[in-house]
Ligand binder design. Sequence first.
Ligand code: F1P
Length: 349
Amino acid sequence: MSGEGYAMYREIWEGPRAYRETIESLGSLAPIAEEVLASHKALLTCSCGSSHHAGLALCYAASRLSGFASYAVQASEYPVYAHHHLGREHLLAALSQSGETSDTIRAVRMARQRGVKVMAVTGRVESSLARLADYVLATRGGVERAVPATKSFISQLAACYAFASAMSLASGGVDLFPELQRQPGLFEEALAASEGFAKERARQFSQIRSVFLLGYGPSFIAALEASLKLKETCGIHAEAYSVWEFRHGPISLLDSEKACIMILPPSPSEAAEAFEKVYATARGVGATVLTVSHSPTDTFGPDILVLPRAREEFATAVEVAPFQLLSYYTALEKSLDPDRPRLLTKVVQ
Ligand code: F1P
């Protein structure tokens, strides 16, 4: 099984460079962070697909590191929900690798009519989105040819983590810049740790029709992004839940034909009990269980992939690494073209 000729594979491995270059080229975001803290009360992110997941990562990191109220809405829902309460005290952060996704552009236009300031996070500085924005955080990494977002998602996370770090410092919190600079290296290590795992598991996953991915905090965001990759790239029905929420209904669907992937956060303490309960239930009904963790553990059986330990707020990037590769190799195993998922286009208009 080879496939290095596919763009998706090259772009996954271009992720560490995209991560590093985005952080370096953004430089200090202190002036924007200070202005946002001085003139706004809340941050709302508004995006689609993988970009929505990067928006969630921004919200989790910014609210946790700076205490700034931060919420994420899917751009398609913006007109029927967030628009009704958005005002000048909000900053709208619109994320889009293409800068042309019509749901996102529509939401931004509506918000601007109300005088709301807009921050764009995009890889295309000449795009419609960038032209509409008051601030632009440009992501790096070059053109992405495969439809499933990989390096563009990682570069969006880089920009989000950089901005959340600037918000932390501007609000009197810790200086996370040295920590931030370590992250691209950790992501690269995570890819290296995942390559063999993904290749070995691809055959097994090509037979699986339904997967639940469970996380908590930033690892829940990794679960959301991993489930999108599995759906788009290799046609597996995949659903992501916060591990506590999974116990409120969806757990009823577990059986021996389903797989359950648990993505443990770097410090799972608050959610450890929920992960253990779900693990026991899943094993009890014969479901395939796989665990991804930042440190070795015996609690979840032998099927475990250990990733480098990342800081909690920045952990999504490291945790998503195995699933970019697993989706890719499973697509090859199923004779699918990972670069061109069925019924999907790079820019949804
Ligand atoms: C959003 C998006 C991608 C997805 C696919 C379709 O694009 O949903 O996340 O992988 O390419 O579009 P964008 O707004 O970030 O350009």
